[in-house]
Design a protein around this ligand. Structure first.
Ligand SMILES: Cc1cc2nc3c(=O)[nH]c(=O)nc-3n(C[C@H](O)[C@H](O)[C@H](O)COP(=O)(O)OP(=O)(O)OC[C@H]3O[C@@H](n4cnc5c(N)ncnc54)[C@H](O)[C@@H]3O)c2cc1C
Length: 838
């Protein structure tokens, strides 16, 4: 081949340049590989090169693999930025963003950008990644047909999704399914068109592909396998996709995710050796010694890659080469995970079977688990895991090392803890048993040895590990492994904190994730949530069950059947258990008012069931102590007969509405605080909430009802009503924040309903209003309740709709007639479908 560029001797002479006259490294491509290569170089010798990076995209370096979570609404763009502008500045790197390089002159060693900028290089690094493959069918250029490669594509998808309607994703591979998932979560009706019979057929066998298809269909996607695209139809913009069998699938958006091609155009034009990709040696040097290439654009020993793990290895070898260290890249074995929340899929190696290959399979239909490990000559050669991927890294490690597994053969399929722990399944033991070079974070190419070294260097939290060695900093699927390593390495010293607190030990999802998925996937029962979100325990625990029960109740008013077994004992018994094992019973007294009939009924109960004590509570009710558990149903029947309902003094619900006497009797009262308190209580009682909720209404600023330490407090003033929120009189006393002032009683009622519903929909289970408001900020609540009248009205309507079921809820102790008036009032409100709530 004719050689026009720098010779190897000339390139090596660069290393002898005097200090201060640093050679200039120009990088084309500000993507994952280009920037990682620079990071590796800086880590070895920050002063060695002067660096300029050209990027076609207008952004700083971001984590491309996290575009899927951005599309799905799980991350923001800012959260996936890898290197901020400060990073470039601090390291003296010149970033030319949004200006692609259009030509390389290897003779004069310059590159020229689209805007005409010409820059001289001593070493050039090409890291141009891949181009999405667009199938050459009629209509491919219609507006509305896009690929899924960069932030611009995500923005286009989000804009399309905001209009709603139908989307077609062509390609049922990793990328296509992640796009389909995101668009579904964004509210589009999605059809996936896949040429082959099996989804992700390059990673999954037929069985796992089928399970995946079932799961996606049950989430509302239409999956057409064995479907061949003939044409994209539309007049001026995309309107649908016609298949070769004649079917037309309507679509206002078509995402092509059928594959990628190494982006080699520049290199080819510059006369570099190009095969399937830009050809490089083991130090990522192209056919021109002054020009290197790294990432998806390269071909190394005949292989091209489409995942990040190999790129990290390439970048290390490249930086070693640039700083005259030996090593070298010898190729990668890759594994794949799908980033669709609640669907665990892992695949590595060759699962095609063939001569001498032996399949070991485990199916657990109830748990939706499928595992297949392919063994050949006593070595693992492939693994496909669906539903339980915890052992993926272990199988991958065995595969890469080609370890002899003949001794583990019988236990292999049950996972590492079983196979190497004699039947004990301690995940920490399993991680401890991994070898030092076992890969922990595939996204960032971080081995167990590196994570442990990072922890030992003083990084004692998950966040610190993420920030320092990048393990778990990308897709997050190895977070559990990193946490296990923290536990194993630090022992008792590991505090176990996480930035995002998981709901409990049964799941790696946070409360917010679970709530979002319940609504997004339309999940209807606790077992369904556990199955779909792959709970690690069969039935959950005392932390997650009540939370799930609450989230489902809140999301599906009237539809979800309350699960009594998921409630705490007090809520099951409708009474408060006391330290001697008896119960105390608090009937509701609306606004703190009572009458002879109620008092007589309470007196009768006290005598009939030998209650040793009756006490006036701080919430202005009567508490009957010392009731035996077996008497509780009869006690409630007697109270119900007198028209009294539970005061929910035990519940994560509205407790009491405390009032003072107000303008009716008090010389200082400005408004009818008692009357308003009764109205508020009648409107809000029986509403399940994340935690207990207390209300008070004071008739004047003297505030006798102590409204300014309640979850919702009203202080009546001459001009109307001051509405206060997020107070607390418990262990940590907190005065309320002033939400706003309103003029009429009806407004006070409306704002109260809207505030409660916002709290019900957005606070985590067991969050009181005070920490919740502190977390989200008073300004946020004001914006939702005060400044957005349409949103406030929607919240209020959702609350009242939910109440129309909750107050009809067949509680054993509920008195017929106690809430009749309220129900009639409720009937005036139109039900809102849950979808609108999302
Ligand atoms: C949505 C999505 C999800 C993914 N998920 C995963 C995953 O879960 N796991 C995994 O391992 N991999 C995943 N990948 C693949 C992974 O992102 C790629 O392997 C990786 O980004 C490749 O890095 P690269 O630097 O070679 O290319 P890129 O990251 O694409 O960077 C190349 C950059 O070069 C720029 N460029 C191109 N031409 C020029 C020019 N002439 N001048 C200047 N700049 C130019 C491009 O604009 C781009 O910014 C995913 C990819 C996508 C799109």
């Amino acid at each position: 081949m004719m050689f026009h560029g720098t010779t190897r001797d000339e390139a090596e002479a660069l290393d002898d340049l005097p200090p201060g006259d640093r050679p200039h490294l120009v990088v084309i491509g500000n993507g994952m590989a280009g920037c990682r290569a620079v990071e590796e170089l800086l880590a070895r010798d920050a002063q060695r090169y002067r660096v300029t990076i050209f990027g076609a995209e207008p952004h700083v370096n971001y984590n491309r693999i996290m575009l899927s979570p951005v599309l799905a609404g799980e991350k923001t763009f800012d959260e996936i930025v890898i290197n901020s502008r400060e990073w470039y500045q601090e390291n003296g790197i010149e970033l030319v963003a949004g200006d692609p390089v259009v030509g390389i002159d290897r003779v004069n060693r310059t590159v020229t950008s689209q805007t005409g900028r010409s820059v001289q290089y001593d070493r050039l690094l090409i890291a141009t990644g891949s181009d999405p493959f667009i199938i050459p069918v009629p209509g491919k250029d219609l507006p509305g047909v896009i690929s899924f490669r960069d932030m611009k594509d995500v923005d286009s998808m989000l804009a399309a999704a905001a209009q709603g309607g139908d989307a077609v994703v062509i390609g049922g591979g990793l990328l296509g399914l992640e796009a389909a998932h995101g668009l579904t979560l964004r509210g589009m009706k999605v059809t996936v068109i896949h040429l082959m019979q099996t989804l992700m057929e390059r990673q999954l066998d037929e069985a796992a592909g089928w399970l995946l298809k079932q799961e996606l269909e049950s989430r509302g996607q239409t999956i057409l396998t064995g479907a061949d695209t003939a044409e994209i139809v539309g007049d001026g913009k995309v309107e649908g996709v016609r298949l070769k069998d004649g079917r037309v699938i309507p679509a206002s958006l078509v995402v092509m995710a059928v594959g990628i091609r190494p982006n080699t155009a520049l290199a080819r034009e510059a006369g570099l050796a190009v095969g399937r990709g830009i050809q490089v040696d083991d130090h990522m040097v192209t056919s021109d010694p002054a020009v290197l290439a790294v990432g998806e654009c390269v071909e190394h020993r005949g292989a091209v890659y489409g995942l990040v793990a190999p790129l990290w290895e390439m970048c290390r070898a490249l930086a070693d080469g640039l700083t005259n260290q030996p090593s070298g890249y010898t190729g990668s074995v890759t594994s794949t995970k799908l980033k669709v929340s609640g669907i665990d899929v892992f695949s590595a190696g060759d699962f095609s079977g063939g001569d001498g290959a032996e399949d070991i399979v485990l199916r657990d239909a109830a748990r939706g688990v499928y595992k297949r490990v392919v063994v050949k000559d006593d070595r693992v050669v492939g693994a496909v895991l669906y539903g339980d991927t915890a052992d993926g890294n272990w199988y991958f490690d065995l595969l890469k090392k080609q370890e002899d597994v003949s001794q583990l053969r019988d236990l292999l399929i049950f996972g590492q803890a079983f196979a190497s722990g004699g039947g004990q399944t301690d995940p920490n033991a399993a991680v401890a048993a991994l070898s030092d070079d076992a890969e922990i974070c595939g996204c960032n190419g971080v081995s167990k040895g590196k994570v442990v070294a990072c922890i030992n260097a003083g990084n004692a939290t998950l966040d610190a590990v993420r920030a320092t060695c990048k393990a778990s900093a990308s897709c997050g699927s190895c977070t559990g492994l990193v946490e296990s390593l923290l536990k194993v390495t630090l022992g008792e010293e590991y505090a176990g904190e996480r930035t995002v607190k998981t709901m409990c030990k049964c799941t790696s999802f946070a409360h917010e994730d679970v709530r979002r998925e319940i609504v997004a996937q339309g999940m209807k029962s606790i077992p369904e949530v556990m199955q779909r979100m792959t709970w690690s325990t069969p039935d959950g625990c005392s932390s997650c069950r009540p939370a799930l029960n609450y989230y489902l109740l809140c999301a599906l008013p009237g539809e979800y059947q309350d699960d009594q077994q998921s409630r705490f004992v007090n809520e099951r018994m409708h009474a408060n258990i006391q330290k001697d094992g008896t119960y105390s019973v608090v009937p509701r007294m609306w606004g703190g008012l009572t009458n002879p009939r109620e008092l007589r009924a309470i007196a009768d109960v006290v005598e009939k069931y030998n209650a040793p004590m009756v006490k006036v509570t701080g919430g202005q009710r009567l508490d009957i102590f010392g009731i035996k558990k077996e008497d509780l149903p009869a006690v409630w029947a007697d109270l119900n007969a007198a028209g009294m309902v539970s005061g929910h003094a035990y519940g994560k619900a509205l407790r009491t509405v405390k009032t003072c006497v107000g303008s009716e009797w008090c010389r200082f009262g400005t408004q009818d605080s008692t009357g308003l308190g009764v109205k508020i209580e009648k409107m809000t009682w029986g509403s399940w909430m994340p935690h207990k909720f207390k209300i008070a209404v004071s008739g004047c600023p003297r505030n006798c009802a102590e409204a300014t330490i309640k979850d919702f407090g009203v202080v009546c003033v001459d001009s109307g009503y001051e509405l206060h929120i997020a107070g607390n009189g418990g262990i940590k006393v907190r005065a309320t924040d002033l939400l706003c002032r309103v003029a009429t009683e009806q407004e006070a009622l409306d704002y109260c309903a809207a505030f409660i519903q916002l709290y019900r929909e957005e606070a985590r289970y067991l969050d009181r209003t005070a920490p919740w408001v502190e977390r989200v900020g008073l300004a946020y609540v004001q914006q939702r309740i005060v400044e957005d009248p349409v949103g406030r009205e929607a919240l209020r309507a959702r609350f009242l709709y939910s109440q129309s079921f909750s107050q009809e809820d067949p509680w054993a102790e509920r008195a017929a007639g106690a809430d009749r008036e309220q129900h009639a009032h409720m009937a005036a409100f139109t039900p809102i479908h849950q979808k609108e709530i999302a």
